[in-house]
Design a protein around this ligand. Sequence first.
Ligand code: HEC
Length: 140
Amino acid sequence: MRTRMIAAAMMVLASSAAQARSSIWDGVYSDAQADRGHTAYMQNCSRCHGVTLMGTFEIPPLVGRIMPYYASSSLGALFDYISTAMPLDHPGALSPAVNADIVAYILKSNDVPSGAKELTAAGVKDISFDAARPGRSAKH
Ligand code: HEC
């Protein structure tokens, strides 16, 4: 937990240098993709993280506090973690496309709005993970 906080703090410094990046709040996944991600989540993740993503006493939830944990990093940090460390009993078993779908589903489950485009494995590192929806003044 503590190393994660320090890493997040360092990412704040790194991300301020890269302001041209888009944010998770810019509609970076589609509803159809999140639906596919839901199916993949149910098959590969729900038995541990739960059908409502709430986790258990020993397994972290994927809604709520996951937002501040990954805040100020890029969406690639969450994607890479899932790609390399999950499912816990078969790490790295899922394809990049399926992992992108699951990330889309996790975003949707955290009330991050969808858009027209699909999230791609190649694009995740260029999307900044802002925990809270920013003010409307910067974009749109
Ligand atoms: C066999 C049980 C199990 C399965 C299946 C599983 N996880 Fe996990 N997951 C865990 C445990 C336990 C942790 C905590 C690991 C740690 O702290 O080192 C975790 C941690 C995570 C985290 C980090 C959460 C945080 O707060 O930082 C994410 C994200 C995650 N899992 C996503 C997934 C996804 C997506 C899938 C399906 C592709 C999945 N997990 C499948 C048990 C599982």
